[in-house]
Design a protein around this ligand. Sequence first.
Ligand code: ASP
Ligand code: MG
Length: 365
Amino acid sequence: FGGTSLADPDRIRHVTSLLDAREPPLAVVVSAMSGVTDRLLGLAERAPSSENDLDEHLQALRDDQRAVVTNLLDGEAAASVLRTLDADVDDLADVLRATRLMGTAPNTTRELVAGYGELWSARVLGSVLRARGLSVAVCDAREVLVVTHEDLGPVVDWEATRERFAKWRADHADADVIVATGFIAATPDGVPTTLGRNGSDHSAAIFASLLGAESLTIWTDTDGVMSADPQYVPDARRLDSISYEEAMEMAYFGASVIHPRTLAPAVEHEIPITIRNTFAPERPGTRIHLDGDGASVVKGFSTIDDVALLNLEGSGMIGVPGIARRLFDALEDEGVSVILISQGSSEHSICFAVPQAQATVAREA
Ligand code: ASP
Ligand code: MG
């Protein structure tokens, strides 16, 4: 469930009703309530230079979270979630104070601070489900999910992760429902980290793989994967069913409903994925699985913004072997990633697209 699906107590209630319709065993991966990650990151960013208003922002965040807890829970269930929340906020205040003294917010600090929203969502939803009589275990993904950060983004250390998850699972063997935090993880040294902004879908795919899930449903705020970006194409329509490969293509080329690296762990295990709209659960969403539907060859169009086109041309290129290699070697030396390549049949020009941010470097190369 993404952040908008959990944005306020009513929506969290709605989520529990969606879960009621499912047969356990069930694992639920949650994002922070919408806006919470931004607020947390704002605290970390302002901490080094701020005077005194930080505490105020932190207290406001705490009050908002407290209001959610007391709206949804009562008695000892509420009290216990509130105690942990207060302890977290105390920790956060310490971290922010240390950041102010140091005068800088290193990445490790930002990663730690950014992840609290998911912990709060998971604890609240876990307690709400428990209050409804389910046997629930809340999983802090930092205890099980081990990732390293590479050029292309976070990479899961599957061996370590599977080992830790097996241990965690054994300790919580009697739970019918697992509520796990999205977005957060730990480095091999146990330092808290994240999977990057909007990483909760990725977490969901990782948990699906760890559990050998029958299916993965990504509950979000859109109807599914669209045939084009409705901002540009008014008659874009929802796709019923697409293959993993098609979904990957769409994701890499800008269909923002799926995080580009989200699918891989589920795809490897051939777990069918459905993208559903939390606010319109009667709609079927888009199913992503091995085959898609063969009905039409062209499934959709996608676009990427902020792209630069460069053209290398000259009569000296015609029929000369090795020009393309030299061109792309030169780009590789500068670490430029090429999005699209086309060569005129005359071999008089090679046109290629690169991210706008790398245009100048590419031209110089
Ligand atoms: N809460 C995180 C973010 O805002 C992760 C997510 O929403 O998927 O980026
Ligand atoms: Mg989100």
